[in-house]
Write a protein of this length. Structure first.
Length: 723
């Protein structure tokens, strides 16, 4: 490869040299070229749009406004855009409240819940019957902020259920501070604790057993901005009533700068487990904190322990991937935490024991009677039940092709567990340990969406190296395979994130009604088949993910689901990187691509806080082999002048702390200057949104209406009549 693909086209090379501007997308705003040259060893690489990295520059702001204005003018002129938004909002607003993130404390049940059309989720208190009709709102951001720009990041109730610690942030920033609320009054008490939560590094909290205070994550330092730019997440202890500025440091100064610390005492209040992630690559170390301030290290990164929890029986349970890439469950006595003495109570099997992580509850739940282990088999979930010695006791009852995200043990000997499928609205089932029976609970969502005419089939594409890639194909019954169906292919493929079954959205219903087929690909890099599946799609093996997605698209064409002229692709975040890599490597595959909050400049990404955190997943330019792999697929560096790219729609948020919006700005500018297809390249930028987490409902629905209007227009689809 030449030192700079930018200079591979004589015309563009001359324009660079002259400092002139040019755009192949004729209606796009003209973007000035200001070359900066970087050296990577002997290799010199030109960057024509480095100036677009400077968010605070007024010129960048004006450029962003002009891009967004152009996109808005295009979308607002589409005859079905307004009607599409109205229909989506009506359907979502007609959906009943949905409950999630359950926490049992003090004989009570707390939960996050959505209540469309309210802008933000709230926190509710439920009785022992978990009856939504009896729910009482404790914390409501919609009352605090009429604009819907304040969001709850997470919450943790005190063990006695009298107080709630709640992290809240603004404008989708995930930049949160902790507020303490009195459950009986719903009023805030004490001082707000700042610097607790930040994107990717996250935030966490665990109460002391007597509820006199709590351990929490914090980004300390006089210069808040500088500290957050370099993470330095640590653990502090706050005693209720004290000045947060005087809180005591506990641990973390010797952790990696990209450490993500998760604190938990959910299953045993006498012990706090601190899980320390070494960035996002899947390595964890674990520490045990006792009530007297003692700290013992349970595991190191090299030990491949991905989950640790202390059960109600005062035993330590560990999910190990040491010589077991799909996971095995270990048990240790708390008075002897030498891993060499651990007993295997659930050996590795064909199912993957789910790892801990940012989303979803603990994969290992211990009650007095049994142990419940959440497992995944290529996408769908199951929950194995074993006794405390590892004897098999069956599985939790589930419908076919379902996912279980969380399990909450209750004081009455029952459990509530979430059940999600593609075609049925989500609900919680209640399992009685004594009888072994499960029934749907009252925590069930109702929806105006009906999928009786829909089926989900699972087929397999063959990737470049022969690996079989599962495809979950959502189609109306009787769909004809004649190569003309509009197909929307979705994928992610990274960070051991599994794309599991979940109730299909109002937008998917609209897509199906318009004659479309929706496909979810379980790519390598995810966790659907364990750590081997993940590692085959990370660091220097990342190209496998793009090959998998390419194979999925080619399979759908070969099986006559669609053709390139009728196919679109969609992905966000790491899935946005997927979009960029695939359409630069195979511009002929798709007619349109939607890429949200994506990463595109793989040589500059680690200079951001989020990017530094991602080096354990993607690699670093400082490592020669990893640099070679990054440069080989970096989307920004592989845009070729005159290539016939599909129509492109990119979206980003100004407050995104996970993926710097500069990636979208630079990639759009480069594509607008290069594309030779005549198809448009659009950028949508929202000043009150971040990575998508915490955005107001109206923003989310507007963004959905935008991207589906774009897809309908580009693929020649028509808005179906409302039923």
């Amino acid at each position: 490869m030449k030192p700079s693909v930018w200079k591979s086209t004589p015309l563009l090379g001359l324009l660079f040299a002259a400092g002139l501007t040019w755009a192949a997308d004729k209606t796009a705003p003209v973007t000035p070229i200001q070359i900066v040259t970087d050296s990577y060893g002997e290799l010199k690489i030109d960057d024509p749009y480095r100036w677009l990295e400077h968010t605070a520059d007024p010129k960048v702001h004006q450029w962003s406004l002009s891009q967004d204005k152009r996109t808005r003018q295009y979308l607002d002129k589409l005859p079905f855009r307004k009607a599409m938004y109205a229909r989506l909002m009506k359907q979502i607003s007609a959906t009943s409240s949905s409950y999630y993130d359950l926490h049992g404390a003090g004989g009570q049940l707390f939960a996050m819940f959505n209540q469309p059309p309210k802008q933000q989720p709230m926190i509710a208190l439920l009785d022992k019957n978990a009856d939504p009709a009896q729910a009482r709102v404790i914390v409501d951001p919609n009352v605090m902020d009429k604009n819907g720009r304040t969001a709850i990041d997470w919450f943790v109730p005190s063990h006695n259920g009298k107080l709630l610690a709640v992290s809240m942030s603004q404008n989708g920033s995930e930049d949160g501070s902790v507020h303490i609320f009195d459950v009986s009054t719903g009023k805030q008490v004490g001082q707000t604790i700042p610097l607790v939560q930040y994107p990717t590094g996250g935030g966490s909290l665990a109460w002391r057993a007597d509820d006199s205070g709590f351990w929490y994550t914090r980004y300390p330092g006089a210069d808040e901005a500088a500290e957050r730019q370099h993470f330095y997440q640590q653990v502090y202890f706050h005693k209720l009533g004290d000045d947060p500025a005087k809180d005591a440091y506990v641990m973390g100064k010797d952790f990696p700068k990209v450490a993500e610390i998760a604190l938990s005492s959910d299953q045993n209040p006498n012990y706090v487990v601190a899980a320390v992630a070494n960035g996002d690559g899947g390595e964890f170390a674990h520490y045990l904190l006792d009530q007297n301030g003692g700290i013992r290290q349970i595991s190191h990164f090299k030990d491949k322990i991905v989950v640790a929890t202390v059960g109600s029986d005062n035993a330590l349970y560990l999910v190990s991937r040491q010589n077991a890439p799909r996971g095995k469950l270990l048990k240790l006595a708390l008075n002897d935490i030498d891993l060499a003495h651990a007993k295997v109570i659930l050996p590795e099997s064909d199912a993957v024991i789910q790892p801990g992580g940012e989303f979803g509850g603990s994969p290992v739940v211990v009650t007095k009677k049994a142990i419940y282990v959440r497992e995944i088999v290529g996408g769908p979930s199951q929950v194995a039940i074993i006794d405390h010695d590892g004897k098999a006791m069956g599985k939790l009852p589930l419908p076919d092709v379902a996912a279980v995200k969380e399990i909450q043990a209750l004081d009455d000997g029952s459990l509530l567990y979430s059940v999600k499928t593609y075609l049925q609205a989500p609900y919680f089932a209640r399992y009685d340990e004594a009888s072994g029976k499960a029934v749907p609970s009252k925590l069930a969502q109702t929806s105006p969406l009906n999928y009786d005419d829909t089926e989900v089939v699972r087929e397999f594409a063959t990737s470049k190296d022969g690996t079989k890639i599962p495809l979950n194909i959502v189609r109306r019954k009787g769909t004809k395979l004649d190569g003309t169906n509009p197909v929307l292919l979705n994928g992610y493929g990274g960070f051991s994130v599994s794309l599991e079954p979940g109730f299909l959205s109002a937008a998917t219903r609209l897509w199906l009604d318009a004659g479309g087929v929706f496909v979810i690909a379980n790519l390598r890099g995810g966790g659907e088949f364990g750590e081997t599946w993940h590692s085959q799609g990370s660091v220097t093996a990342k190209q496998n993910v793009f090959d998998d997605f390419t194979a999925a698209a080619q399979y759908l064409i070969a099986q006559k689901y669609t053709s390139s002229e009728h196919m679109a692709a969609i992905g966000g975040s790491n899935g946005g990187l997927l979009m960029g890599a695939v359409f630069t490597q195979h511009p002929e595959l798709f007619r349109a691509v939607v890429s949200q909050v994506g990463i595109y400049d793989m040589l500059r990404v680690e200079l951001d806080p989020n990017g530094a955190f991602n080096t354990t997943e993607y690699g670093s330019v400082k490592d020669p082999a990893q640099f070679k792999a990054l440069y080989a697929y970096s989307p920004y560096h592989h845009v070729v002048d005159g290539a016939k790219y599909p129509a492109i729609f990119m979206g980003t948020g100004e407050t995104d702390g996970r993926v710097n919006p500069m990636h979208s700005r630079k990639m759009i500018a480069r594509l607008q200057a290069a594309t030779g297809s005549g198809h448009p390249v659009y950028l949508s930028i929202n000043a009150h949104a971040g990575h998508g987490i915490g955005s107001a409902l109206s923003i989310k629905v507007n963004q959905t209406a935008d991207l589906y209007s774009f897809l309908f227009d580009q693929l020649g689809m028509h808005l179906p009549k409302a039923k």
